[in-house]
Design a protein around this ligand. Structure first.
Ligand code: GLC
Length: 456
């Protein structure tokens, strides 16, 4: 098993010794593209967005201590569960504009989206044939909207703009009758099936078939999909008690050769990308990875959420990229289908920064010493270009000189060029091999971070 210990937000020690390298050349090519893209916009959107509560988890009695905190204490668990499931009857994001989401992603410098086609609550944002619990069923008021198939309209808008597409899909389905008895009403629910799988293998087989059908439907009818992001890591293994994902993924790859499979936390050949959650590994880990991190405090929309600053987000992205990973930055769209204003503001600032400094981010690979003090390092894939990115602290205003530390891996610089302005920065070499950059008086510093190309 992968040991993931999140000491605090943004720091994790990760043991990836069990990572299974995919030998399929088509998948390896997709993984190269994936690693070049660096930045994905993740969006959690579903029934929970309307209520502004935690996604799906409040349905689980075992997890109620943290997930049901926002829910009125005097609502009995069963009444709550019934009310949650009935949210499909009021789901109506009339201001949902897939083009607006995709445009915001492009403006923000994102190269792909990761979208919740179905979260653990089982509500599908697409026109699946395998359940009525979906945006396109007449039981949902949004079904009469031309954009009722949220997944299709979003994926089409993304692909039309050159964005990659990752389909988030929950393996657990707390609405399916072959997962929980009686939709969890009248029983104490855990994240697991409410019955012993061994004791009713035919029932589990029905759930296996349902999952397989839904995954293949996404791949066949909503493609081309670049990656399948399979959440619900507690359902695992092979054989009759599993979901046989190895076979399902193999079948999906007959439709989409090179499809990336992200069966989270399984260490099998269906986990092509490691996905640390709300944290970043301490150091480069040498395998494809993508940290999913919320822009605010929650995955789904919350009415009083607290958004990270543009500086925090830019620094986070640089940290991730300097360690060789991707960042899936999550935004929860609002109940009416628009992106929250504070999110849009941050994305625009991020996009401005990437517009000037993107050469040091996209398509890069790790460059030792990776990070050192306020500096982070990257290089182009062919190794010809090396970049140093300085992360400015809030309130650091009067900067005239800055030490670029000695790093034997970098070699002695001959020229240092500020990426955003294209201006050469004078510097003085020190005996230890470090250089002191002397910024000219008219140097226009970025508020958050500046990237420099180091010519050796
Ligand atoms: C956590 C949450 C889940 C969310 C996921 C995204 O596992 O429990 O609800 O979808 O993170 O990475």
């Amino acid at each position: 098993m992968i040991a993931l210990a999140c000491a605090a937000l943004f720091a994790a020690s990760l043991d990836v010794s069990h990572y299974v390298e995919n030998k399929d050349p088509a998948v390896r090519a997709s993984l190269e593209t994936f690693r070049d893209r660096k930045l994905g916009l993740m969006m959690h959107f579903g029934l929970y967005s309307q209520a502004g509560i935690i996604e799906s988890w409040p349905l689980v009695d075992d997890d109620a201590h943290w997930s049901r905190r926002e829910i009125e204490r005097d609502v009995p668990a069963d009444a709550f569960k019934r009310g949650y499931y009935a949210l499909n009857k009021s789901f109506n994001p009339v201001r949902y504009r897939p083009e607006a989401w995709a445009d915001a992603a492009v403006r923000g410098g994102f190269k792909y989206v990761v979208f919740t086609t179905k979260h653990h609550d089982g509500f599908c944002l697409h026109d699946t044939k395998f359940t009525d619990y979906k945006t396109t069923d007449p039981s949902c008021p949004f079904s009469s909207n031309p954009r009722a198939d949220v997944v299709k309209t979003l994926f089409d808008a993304c692909r039309a703009r050159g964005l990659g597409v990752t389909a988030y899909f929950s393996k657990a389905d707390w609405h399916h009758p072959d997962y929980w008895d009686n939709r969890g009403v009248g029983i104490r629910t855990t994240r697991n099936p409410s019955f012993e799988i061994e004791s009713d293998l035919p029932r589990w087989k029905r759930f296996q078939d349902f999952t397989r059908n839904q995954i293949l439907e996404l791949v066949r009818n909503y493609g081309p999909i670049d990656a399948l992001w399979l959440d619900g890591g507690w359902i695992h293994g092979e054989g009759p008690k599993s979901l046989n994902l190895h076979d399902v993924v193999a079948e999906a790859r007959r439709t989409t050769p090179g499809l990336i499979a992200i069966d989270r936390w399984q260490c099998t050949d269906c986990e092509d990308v490691i996905t640390p959650e709300q944290c970043v590994p301490d150091e480069p880990i040498g395998v494809p990875w993508e940290s999913c991190i919320t822009l605010a405090d929650h995955w789904g929309y919350h009415y009083d959420d607290c958004y990270k600053s543009a500086r925090e987000v830019i620094h986070l992205l640089v940290d991730v990229v300097a360690k060789g990973g991707n960042l899936a930055l999550n935004v929860g769209p609002m109940p009416d289908g628009r992106l929250p204003h504070p999110a849009v503001e941050r994305l625009e600032r991020l996009g401005d920064w990437l517009g000037k400094n993107g050469a040091a981010i996209y398509g890069t690979r790790v460059q030792a010493p990776y990070k050192s003090g306020p500096w982070a390092f990257t290089r182009s894939k062919d190794g010809k270009r090396v970049f140093a990115i300085c992360l400015w602290k809030a309130g650091e205003r009067e900067l005239r000189t800055q030490l670029l530390p000695a790093a034997k891996e970098l070699g002695a610089p001959k020229r240092v060029v500020h990426l955003a302005s294209g201006k050469e920065i004078p510097f003085a070499a020190r005996a230890d091999g470090g250089v002191v950059l002397a910024f000219p008086a008219d140097f226009a510093r970025d508020e958050c971070a500046d990237a420099f190309e180091i010519f050796r």
